[in-house]
Design a protein around this ligand. Structure first.
Ligand code: DGL
Length: 255
């Protein structure tokens, strides 16, 4: 059984690194280095990229595809499921539910890219949870660029996060949801910059648990040894070393 992952770039690696440890298998990770970032583009364009990425992974024989990108999930997952009926797609959505469930009388800040944060999918999720009054939305697209650039100075990230959160009185909030898979790369920076009462919530564990449940539902137990194949839409040496650094494994087969 082959399992596919895709993202615009390095962000999906924050989920991937958990998946490969909890569930060793033959993995294909597609990074759309040619078209990243997704979050500030038109939704229709991102949908096309998501279809191309999925086709690549299906060609490789993947039966399960993790859309390790909130933006592509927001823009395309319903259409992907409709088009490829025999493939299991696992989406990534901002972890609003756990944030709302534990916020008591406080509010929650949901961060992500522009497409995710202002998209119809998130609006529906917030409506479903009846949480409109509890949620503030904050697009942090610049963090994607910072994460992709291996030479980013951490001070720049610290200043950016500080500046973006200046407008909130953070004692009225209980958590910040990281609704973009690139953002957990800076989880420690968020923790350092934001006050201690703010819990930082990402979706990594939830997505990996979902993947394992779905794989087992196909009678697929993880008995295989781990294989990591990396497919790039544009070859990029820096990306490859960044990827290996994040997943903490050097043995990667670049296609
Ligand atoms: N990592 C992606 C996400 O979760 C996409 C970021 C981007 O390309 O703008 O939304």
């Amino acid at each position: 059984m082959k399992i596919g992952f895709f993202d615009s770039g390095i962000g999906g690696a924050t989920i991937f690194k958990e998946a490969i440890r909890k569930f060793p298998a033959n993995y294909y990770y597609f990074a759309d280095t040619l078209n990243m970032p997704y979050g500030t583009k038109e939704k229709e364009e991102v949908k096309k990229f998501a279809f191309k990425a999925s086709e690549k992974l299906i060609q490789k024989g993947c039966k399960i595809i993790v859309v390790a990108c909130n933006t592509a999930t927001s823009a395309a997952i319903s259409d992907l499921r409709r088009e490829y009926k025999d493939i299991i797609f696992i989406g990534t959505e901002p972890g609003i539910k756990p944030a709302i469930d534990s916020c008591k009388d406080k509010k929650v800040i949901v961060t992500g890219t522009t497409i995710t944060v202002y998209g119809e999918k998130l609006k529906k999720l917030i409506d479903r949870l009846n949480a409109k009054e509890k949620v503030e939305l904050l697009a942090l697209d610049k963090l994607v660029k910072f994460a992709e650039n291996i030479n980013t100075d951490n001070n720049e990230v610290v200043s950016y996060i500080k500046e973006e959160f200046k407008k909130y009185d953070l004692k009225d909030y209980s958590s910040v949801v990281l609704g973009c898979t690139h953002f957990p790369i800076y989880k420690e920076v968020f923790e350092e910059v934001l006050p201690k009462n703010i819990k930082i919530i990402d979706s990594c564990e939830g997505v990996v648990n979902n993947l394992i449940t779905k794989a087992k539902s196909l009678d697929f137990e993880s008995k295989e040894s781990l294989k990591i194949n990396l497919i790039l839409s544009k070859y990029d040496n820096e990306f490859i070393s960044n990827f290996k650094k994040i997943i903490k494994i050097d043995n990667v087969n670049v296609i």
